[in-house]
Ligand binder design. Structure first.
Ligand code: 6PG
Length: 467
C-alpha cells in the first residue's frame, strides 16, 4: 500500500497538519531531518494513519504517484535545502507544496526551477496557528491550476469549513498564494495593534481595570466586531499570573517580536506605490516597542501634556472607542485588499478578492464577522477600487468617524500614542480629499529641479521659469 501524501518537517505546525490529514483518512508518510521529532510524533499518536520514515528515499518511494509532498519547514534556506535533497528521487508530475511563510518571490523562483524539471510546485499560505493546523486552517494555494487540482481534494478536506464551504480556494499562479498569506499577516499586525490601542484607551484614559476591559471585549465580540482576535484578547485579559496573582498582561514585557511577513507586506507596498500606512504603522509600533530601555530612559526626560483630570463619560467613550476600532479595522482591511487588487493587476494574477474574504472567515487569525460583508461587497462589485467607497462601508464610516475623531484627538491631547487609529483617520481623510496639496509639491519639484508638472485644465507636461 502506498501513502497518499507525505509531510516533511515535524515541528508543531507540521505534526498538526499531518495529524489533520490522517484524521481525514489520508495515509500520511512523515519525515523529519532529525529523528527525534518523528519518534515523538509517532510515540504520541498511536492508531493514526501516520507512517514514519527515516531516510528520504524511503519516504519518497512510499508515496503513490503522482507524489504529493507537503513541506512544513522553516522559511528561507531550509526550504531550498529540502527541495535539493528531494528532487533526485522525484519524477515529472510530482508535486511539492510549501506550507510555510515563504516570501512569494522565493516561491516564484522555486516554482520556475521545478517547472523546468516537469514538477509541480505550490506556494501554500496557511493561517490559523497550531490549533488551526490541527483542526482546520485557512489555506491559500498558488501555482499552476492543474497542479492544484491534483491536491485540491486533500487541501479542501483539511481546511476549516464555514457554512459547509472549505476555507481553501485556488488563489492564482506562481507566488500568489504566499503573497495572499503575506498581506494577511500585514492585516493581522494592523488588527492586533488597533485592538492594543483600544485597550490602552480603556486602561489609561478611562482608568478601567483589566477585568472591566475583558468584559467590554467580550461584549464587543457579540456584535459587529466579532472576531478571533477580539475573543482571544478578552481571554488574555482574564488570565492571572501564577507567580504574582496579577493579571498576566501586567507582567508581560512590552517588547514585541516579529518574524518578517508584516515587514515584507510594507516593503512590497512601498516598492509598488501602494498606500499601506496603517499596516506600516503597526510594524513601526513593534519596532519602537523593542526600544524598551531607551523608552524607559526617555520617559524620565520627556514630558507630555497633563492628563485632563476631568473624568470622561465612560459609557459614551466606550462606544466612541468601539466605533474607532471598527472604523480603524475597516480602513486597515481596505488597505490590505487594495494591496491585493493593485498587485494582482501588476502581476496579472487575477486574485479572487471575494474568495479571499470568504476563506478568511474561518481558520485564520484574522477571521471576523465582517469578512462576510467584504466578500458580499466584492461579489457585487468585483472591480471595486477601495472598500471604503462600497455602500455598506461608506455608510458605516460616515456614522463611526465621530468615534475615531474623538479618540484620536483625545489621544493627542492627553499624550497617548495611537499610531494605527491616527493613521486610519489620516488615510480616510486623505482618500476622500478630491483636491489635495500635491499641487504645491509639484510646484516645488519644478522650482528646484525642473521636474515639470501637469495642469488641471490643459493636457501635457509644463515647466515654469520660477525666478
Ligand atoms: C497565522 C500567523 C502566523 C504568523 C504568526 C507570527 O496566520 O497563522 O500569521 O503565520 O507566523 O502570527 O507572526 P509574527 O511573529 O511576525 O508576529
Amino acid at each position: 500500500m502506498f501513502n497518499t501524501i507525505g509531510v516533511i518537517g515535524l515541528g508543531v505546525m507540521g505534526s498538526n497538519i499531518a495529524l489533520n490529514m490522517a484524521s481525514k483518512g489520508e495515509q500520511v508518510a512523515v519525515y523529519n531531518y532529525t529523528r527525534d521529532l518523528t519518534d515523538n510524533l509517532i510515540g504520541t499518536t498511536e492508531g493514526q494513519l501516520l507512517h514514519p520514515y527515516y531516510e528520504i528515499q524511503d519516504f519518497v518511494h512510499s508515496l503513490e504517484m503522482p507524489r504529493k509532498i507537503f513541506l512544513m519547514v522553516t522559511a528561507g534556506k531550509p526550504i531550498d535545502s529540502v527541495i535539493g535533497t528531494l528532487v533526485p528521487f522525484l519524477e515529472a508530475g510530482d508535486v511539492i507544496m510549501d506550507g510555510g511563510n515563504s516570501h512569494y518571490e522565493d516561491t516564484e523562483r522555486r516554482y520556475d526551477e521545478l517547472k523546468s524539471k516537469g514538477m509541480g510546485y505550490l506556494g501554500i499560505g496557511i493561517s490559523g496557528g497550531e490549533v488551526g493546523a490541527l483542526n482546520g486552517p485557512s489555506i491559500m494555494p498558488g501555482g499552476d491550476k492543474d497542479t492544484y487540482d491534483k491536491v485540491a481534494p486533500i487541501l479542501t478536506k483539511i481546511a476549516a469549513q464555514v457554512d459547509k464551504d472549505p476555507c481553501c480556494v485556488y488563489m492564482g499562479s506562481k507566488g500568489s498564494g504566499h503573497f495572499v498569506k503575506m498581506v494577511h499577516n500585514g492585516i493581522e499586525y494592523a488588527d492586533m495593534q488597533l485592538i492594543a490601542e483600544a485597550y490602552t484607551f480603556l486602561r489609561k484614559r478611562l482608568d478601567l481595570s483589566v477585568n472591566e476591559i475583558a468584559d467590554i471585549f467580550e461584549s464587543w465580540n457579540q456584535g459587529e466586531l466579532n472576531s478571533y482576535l477580539i475573543q482571544i484578547t478578552a481571554e488574555i485579559l482574564r488570565k492571572k499570573d501564577e507567580i504574582t496573582g496579577l493579571p498576566l498582561i501586567d507582567v508581560i514585557l512590552d517588547k514585541t517580536g516579529q518574524k518578517g511577513t508584516g515587514k515584507w507586506t510594507s516593503i512590497q507596498a512601498i516598492e509598488t506605490g501602494i498606500p499601506s500606512s496603517i499596516i506600516t504603522e503597526s510594524l513601526f509600533a513593534r519596532y519602537i516597542s523593542s526600544l524598551k530601555e531607551e523608552r524607559v530612559y526617555a520617559d524620565n526626560i520627556l514630558s507630555g501634556p497633563e492628563m485632563d483630570p476631568q473624568g470622561l463619560d465612560k459609557d459614551l467613550w466606550i462606544e466612541y472607542i468601539r466605533q474607532a476600532l471598527y472604523m480603524g479595522k475597516i480602513c486597515a482591511y481596505a488597505q490590505g485588499f487594495t494591496q491585493y487588487k493593485m498587485t494582482s493587476e501588476l502581476y496579472g494574477w487575477d486574485l479572487p478578492l471575494k474568495d479571499i474574504a470568504l476563506i478568511f472567515r474561518g481558520g485564520c487569525i484574522i477571521r471576523a464577522e465582517f469578512l462576510n460583508v467584504i466578500s458580499e461587497t466584492y461579489q457585487a462589485q468585483p472591480n471595486l477600487a477601495n472598500l471604503l467607497i462600497a455602500p455598506y462601508f461608506a455608510e458605516k464610516v460616515k456614522e463611526y468617524q465621530i468615534g475615531l475623531r474623538k479618540v484620536a484627538c483625545e489621544g493627542i491631547n492627553s499624550g497617548i500614542s495611537f499610531p494605527c487609529l491616527s493613521a486610519s483617520l489620516t488615510y480616510y481623510d486623505s482618500y476622500r480629499t478630491g483636491m489635495s496639496n500635491a499641487n504645491l509639491l509639484q510646484a516645488q519639484r519644478d522650482y528646484f529641479g525642473a521636474h515639470t508638472y501637469e495642469r488641471s485644465d490643459l493636457a501635457g507636461f509644463f515647466h515654469t521659469n520660477w525666478q
